[in-house]
Design a protein. Structure first.
Length: 448
């Protein structure tokens, strides 16, 4: 059975916006269309396939891009001033406000946190559009009052395009209430914490970096988990273990700058995932908010993606700075200190790809990737999802037909680039899946 969501505008469904995007669902067995446009299936993961076909920008994706461009500024070492925000949590705050505002109109799924006093359920498309615009704008204005040049003109233009009437008035009022509630919920979230100077380790297995990045992440209050340490992975293996030696020797052989074992295809994969994580993730996640027929669904998938990604990455960095495990470069350069007869020192070894300046365990790229994939699995109800990701570093597009295929590639890319041990990549995936499953079991649920 094949069901396609096509371009349409329905007065009977107030959350529908005309889009060019198409999402095709294929199920063999007991599947059916849900009331919100997704497909409810009892056939199981192997019998359902979703093909994601991104379409043009809409109000949800447009304001996500505005939010990211407004928030994506450098942060001060050791903390962040009010005008030097942290992109992940700030964009997530915007997306949750957009989601709650959209759900106030669509009433298909439970809100994240805020139910406005203004009754706007079923108020129509004009109300939905106004709610999306107003909620994003109000949160950005609250977070970045001096950066109006990045969002004021878009607000005026987009809101002017919504027909005047009761729907618009109600949508704006409800969204204003939602935005105020979300901003209040995220006030004093811990980002003002002043951190002491970082002291690098000197012993075997200890991270050697100077002034490592993103130390503030573990101190910013999570959105869904009880704490960032809730799903902290077990301690990394001992540098004296055979498992550690096996991982180290794999990287030493294939991931060195002058290695002859690495193929051109492996090099391309390693480089593909070296685009700075925030713009790479924001751009690739945004496509999913153009691939559904309703603004409500686009708002929901983007809120799930950003919230899962942010909480999972913050948990990952909490573990990184808890364990402070060294990078493969240090492990190879200082192998004569690890008391492991299965490793051999090479003080001249350099990784194929530059290693990021933060502790190694667990791997952040696999953590972020697994959070995205788990959010998509929950949204679409299957791991069999066909989609593309792009990289500005290689200028290429990678095609996937299963969420685990994506994770396999990210895992290999970090190993082949020389930045991560394979076991660390696995730990990042496991941690992020736990975080995101916790989220999807408690948030973004369908209204009973």
């Amino acid at each position: 059975m094949t069901l396609k969501q096509r371009n349409h505008r329905s007065l009977g469904n107030p959350s529908v916006l005309a889009l060019v995007a198409t999402v095709a669902f294929t199920a063999c067995g007991g599947g059916g269309s849900g009331s919100d446009g997704t497909v409810a299936s009892t056939a199981g993961d192997l019998e359902k396939h979703v093909v994601v076909s991104p379409g043009p920008s809409n109000l949800v994706s447009k304001w996500n891009e505005i939010a990211f461009n407004t928030a994506a500024v450098p942060v001060s070492p050791g903390g962040a001033t009010p005008e030097e925000r942290v992109a992940g949590p700030d964009v997530t705050t915007v997306q949750l406000a957009v989601y709650d505002a959209a759900m106030a109109v669509a009433a298909t799924h439970k809100p994240y946190a805020i139910v406005p006093a203004t009754s706007v359920a079923g108020a129509g498309l004009d109300a939905m559009q106004a709610a999306v615009i107003e909620s994003a704008y109000r949160v950005l204005k609250g977070l970045f009052p001096s950066r109006g040049s990045l969002y004021e003109a878009a607000y005026v233009a987009d809101m002017s395009a919504v027909p005047d009437g009761e729907g618009k008035v109600l949508g704006r009022q409800a969204a204003s209430e939602v935005a105020a509630g979300i901003l209040a919920l995220r006030a004093n979230d811990g980002r003002e914490t002043v951190l002491p100077a970082y002291v690098p380790g000197t012993g075997p297995g200890q991270f050697r970096g100077i002034n490592p990045v993103n130390r503030i992440a573990p101190y910013i209050r999570p959105f869904t988990t009880t704490s960032h340490s809730q799903f902290r992975p077990p301690a990394p293996y001992s540098v004296q273990s055979a498992a550690y030696a096996a991982d180290l020797n794999e990287i030493k052989a294939i991931a060195g700058q002058t290695s002859t074992q690495r193929t051109p295809a492996q090099e391309e994969i390693a480089r593909f995932y070296t685009e700075p994580p925030s713009p790479y993730t924001a751009r690739n996640m945004r496509q999913f908010a153009t691939a559904n027929a309703t603004l409500a669904d686009n708002a929901r998938v983007l809120a799930m993606l950003w919230t899962g990604w942010t909480d999972a990455l913050s948990g990952c960095f909490e573990a990184k700075y808890h364990y402070n495990f060294w990078r493969p470069t240090s492990g190879i350069n200082f192998a004569d200190t690890d008391d492991n007869p299965l490793t051999q020192v090479d003080s001249t070894w350099v990784p194929f790809v530059t290693t990021p300046n933060h502790p190694e365990y667990p791997a952040a790229h696999t953590c972020g990737g697994a959070a995205m994939m788990e959010a998509l699995r929950s949204f679409y109800g299957t791991k069999n999802i066909t989609f593309d990701f792009t990289s500005t570093v290689t200028g290429t597009t990678h095609h996937f037909s299963h969420t685990e295929h994506f994770l396999d590639e990210v895992r290999n890319g970090r190993v082949w680039g020389g930045m991560h041990f394979r076991t660390s990549a696995d730990a990042g995936i496991e941690q992020a899946k736990n975080v995101t499953q916790w989220m999807t079991q408690r948030y973004f649920q369908r209204v009973d």
